[in-house]
Ligand binder design. Structure first.
Ligand code: SAM
Length: 329
């Protein structure tokens, strides 16, 4: 039987963090003092976990981190993933989330190995601002080259994710709209969630969906694109048909009722929600010599513990046991 949780949500999407290391120190994500906190596993272990999960209904796998392109051997890993089949015999959809710093050289080899799509995180389209946010000099040129290389390699649609923080980069909304049109990328604004190392989150820092739309419409009218309930983003196209933007609004418009995701951390723990206060040690099962059938049984038990929803902004909110950079966004 395929995986679904006790609320009837089918589990079809897997995100794997393949390293806890990152070469950026984005101010809202990492304090700058904390580097990698957790180890990582041989690719063979992630591959086995994915194979077992694919047999249980997972259809999409997204590689993330840390920064996944820092991990040597990622191209071979993508090639091995591309050989796996879902429960209905189809190849898995393989995607990558990256800061793009190393993407220019890797886009084509990754495509050749079987990667389908890439999402690049960028929180400013102004090089100086970009450097202040990432705390890495001259990153912007590399990331732009990475976005363009991904397009040339056919890793389409290339998506660019931008996390907006009030008083910090909200003035980038319209420049990002122009960027999406000029570069032919799909833009996704993401509301800032309380998953940062510094615990600076407050509702006032979040730039909500409605405000992003109001601001963007000052630039050009938008037309909403009908979307499936299970999609996390509300999607819009500019009135002349050039350029798409989307808004992922987990804070002001939560989509937990349609969540189809689980995550595996770099050290092999399953997380059933970004906001989980515990994780489940799948790798410990492998270390103990579990058979595939035993791994399946363990996973089925874990999925039944998937949380109904997050409690961001509520009085009973308890911070997640790991921050975003150590989970894999
Ligand atoms: N290094 C890769 C990258 O930059 O895309 C993958 C890991 S990074 C943690 C994944 C995504 O999480 C990035 O787009 C980042 O902006 C986003 N992110 C980090 N902290 C966040 C937060 N508190 N709320 C919302 N998104 C966050």
């Amino acid at each position: 039987m395929l995986l679904s949780d006790k609320f009837g949500r089918a589990i079809t999407d897997l995100r794997i963090s393949i390293t806890d290391h990152c070469n950026y120190k984005c101010v809202y994500c990492r304090t700058g003092n904390e580097g990698a906190l957790y180890g990582d596993l041989p690719f063979a272990d992630y591959l086995r976990m994915t194979r077992v999960l694919a047999g249980l209904g997972v259809k999409k796998v997204r590689l993330t981190g840390g920064e996944p392109l820092l991990r040597k051997g990622i191209v071979g890993f993508v090639r091995d993933l591309s050989q796996l089949r879902s429960a209905d015999g189809e190849p898995l959809e393989i995607a990558l989330t990256t800061n793009g710093h190393l993407l220019a050289e890797m886009a084509q080899p990754l495509k050749g190995a079987g990667l389908h799509r890439v999402t690049v995180s960028m929180d400013a389209v102004d090089p100086e601002r970009f450097a202040r946010i990432t705390r890495v000099p001259n990153g912007y040129a590399n990331v732009l080259a990475g976005v363009r290389a991904a397009k040339r390699a056919g890793l389409e649609p290339v998506k660019v994710n931008c996390v907006l923080l009030r008083g910090f980069n909200e003035d980038q909304i319209i420049p990002f709209g122009k960027f999406a049109r000029d570069e032919g990328v799909v833009l996704r604004f993401i509301e800032f969630m309380p998953l940062e190392e510094d615990r600076v989150w407050s509702p006032d820092v979040v730039v909500p969906l409605d405000e992003i739309l109001t601001r963007m419409v000052e630039f050009r009218p938008l037309v909403e694109i009908p979307h499936a309930h299970s999609e996390t983003a509300r999607r819009y196209r500019f009135d002349d048909g050039i350029g798409e933007i989307g808004i992922i609004a987990p804070v002001t418009h939560p989509f937990c009722g349609h969540c189809s995701r689980i995550r595996i951390t770099s050290d092999g723990k399953i997380r059933t929600c970004l906001f989980s206060v515990w994780d489940h040690d799948l790798y410990a099962q492998i270390r103990r010599g579990a058979t595939d059938a035993q791994l399946e049984q363990f996973i089925r038990g874990v999925i039944q513990k998937k949380e109904a929803r997050h409690h961001i902004g509520e009085p009973d909110f308890v911070p997640a046991s790991r921050t975003m950079v150590h989970i894999g966004g």
